[in-house]
Design a protein around this ligand. Structure first.
Ligand SMILES: [Zn+2]
Length: 396
């Protein structure tokens, strides 16, 4: 058992008093178990002829996560998201979304199944530790938006059975479950069905993801949930006053109830969504529908636009300033990382996952120990996944 796994196993058993001294106090980035809680990479899995294992040049391919870069020591794995675009709150809308989400879930499975020696599916914290011991990458599954469930909460169990262990109620627009941070209040938080969604998430042992939720939705889920919340890809309002970000008071309340905020690279400044960028973004969201040459063309145009109209007026320095602030407010037991790779994340200086070692360097320079880095890179996430699962096991 390697030192990192031994310590993470201790952390998960609730006896995290591993000694700090000795050579273990200066591990390299690659020696930590590094997880990211929100990977939109399945968007690329759908591209005909594209391989998760291949080398992808950022100049000609917009993907930010592939196994080659993960293997380089930057990222051990994380939560691969079933993102479902929201349509009308009608039975037809729900049925279309459900078919889409099932397809996305299957796509994640078939993609990962191509590389059984390199990456494995994780359903529990122990699975993650085992895969790491075996030298494999780790793939949890998550759901971004629960719109596809329609009004039938029994479908949540279907997605649990499909391997989903983390889910949020809502995306950028209000839906049948909750108000979104990107919309005007409709329910003033959770709808009556949304309250039942929280209870069903708890009952199944799934972690509730509060990223994209409105403040009121966050407050109500924090109050109702029997297990800690996770924010899979959110920034702090300290960096930029935007409803998508969490304010310091709520970060403290989240931490007080055992939850964690996985810090993203988005909304550190206003989103510069010019008409040119919006046009490219909508192509990007459906990149699998483009011919290979058109995909390369899209990457070229995207990179060119980055030079004159960057999406975010922020960079790695600004990102690290916010990360350090969030750590100060939440404490090291309540911080994790979810940059929003392949979903709009990345900034100059932290363009893709190969930049992650720089984050470790900065955290170390700020005085954080191996033990603290263990918690922030994966220990806190695995603890929260474990707490949700233990609660479900106890009530059953
Ligand atoms: Zn998102």
């Amino acid at each position: 058992m390697t030192k990192r796994i031994a310590f993470l196993a201790l952390l998960l058993s609730g006896c995290a008093t591993a000694p700090e001294a000795g050579p273990a106090a200066s591990r390299a980035h690659k020696d930590f178990l590094v997880l990211d809680t929100h990977l939109d990479t399945p968007l690329h899995f759908a591209r005909p002829g594209w391989s998760f294992a291949g080398h992808h040049d950022p100049a000609t391919d917009l993907v930010q996560v592939d196994m080659e870069r993960m293997d380089a020591g930057a990222l051990d794995g994380g939560f691969f998201a079933i993102y479902t675009e929201q349509g009308p709150l009608t039975s037809k809308g729900y049925a279309d979304a459900l078919a889409y989400a099932r397809g996305r879930s299957d796509l994640i499975d078939t993609t990962l199944a191509k590389f059984p020696d390199k990456i494995g599916r994780a359903l529990t914290p122990d699975d993650a530790l085992r895969l790491s011991r075996e030298g494999k990458l780790i793939a949890f599954k998550s759901m971004e938006n629960s719109y596809e469930l329609g009004e039938d909460l029994s479908l949540l169990k279907e997605f649990y059975d499909r391997g989903v262990r983390l889910a949020g109620p809502v995306h950028a627009a209000n839906n049948q479950f909750a108000d979104s941070s990107g919309d005007r209040p409709k329910w003033n938080g959770l709808s009556p069905l949304g309250r039942k969604w929280v209870a069903e998430m708890n009952r199944l042992g799934m972690v509730i993801d509060a990223s994209h939720s409105s403040d009121a939705t966050f407050d109500q889920m924090l109050e109702l949930s029997k297990t800690p919340l996770l924010l899979s890809h959110s920034s702090g309002r300290w960096a930029f006053d935007h409803p998508r970000n969490l304010d310091d008071g709520r970060i403290r309340k989240l931490a007080a109830k055992g939850g964690a905020i996985c810090v993203s690279t988005i909304f550190l400044a206003n989103m510069n969504m010019t008409p040119e960028r919006a046009a490219l973004f909508s192509q990007y969201e459906h990149i699998a529908d483009l011919a290979p040459e058109a995909q390369v063309e899209l990457a070229h145009k995207w990179r060119e636009l980055d030079k004159t109209q960057p999406i975010w007026a922020a960079d790695f320095e600004r990102y690290m300033a916010m990360v350090l602030h969030v750590i100060k407010v939440a404490g090291v037991d309540h911080v994790c990382f979810g940059a929003d790779w392949d979903g709009g994340g990345g900034l100059p200086g932290i363009e893709d996952i190969s930049a992650l070692p720089k984050v470790t360097e900065r955290l170390r320079a700020a005085g954080y120990s191996d033990r603290e880095l263990d918690k922030m890179w994966s220990g806190n996430i695995l603890r929260i996944v474990g707490e949700a699962q233990r609660y479900a096991a106890v009530i059953h």
